[in-house]
Design a protein. Structure first.
Length: 75
């Protein structure tokens, strides 16, 4: 389960991994990693925030992230 972090503003934020997207250069060609020989990929995260600075806000944002993860369709 993702853990909420307190932001400098006092809000809580949770970032949950969503999926990978392939990286391409300006011409649309895939960028190949010289070490592995595979196409580079960018990690995409879904972000959830709550403005309530109390522990109730932390539980709320963690619950939102857990619900999204449970309902996420697997590719």
């Amino acid at each position: 389960m993702a853990t909420a972090k307190k932001l400098p503003s006092g809000s809580w934020r949770v970032q949950v991994f969503s999926h990978y997207e392939p990286i391409k250069d300006d011409t649309g060609k895939p960028i190949i990693d010289p070490k592995t020989g595979k196409q580079k990929q960018k990690r995409i995260y879904e972000s959830f925030t709550c403005d309530d600075p109390s522990t109730r806000g932390r539980r709320k944002v963690e619950r939102m992230a857990a619900e999204w993860t449970a309902n996420k369709e697997r590719i």
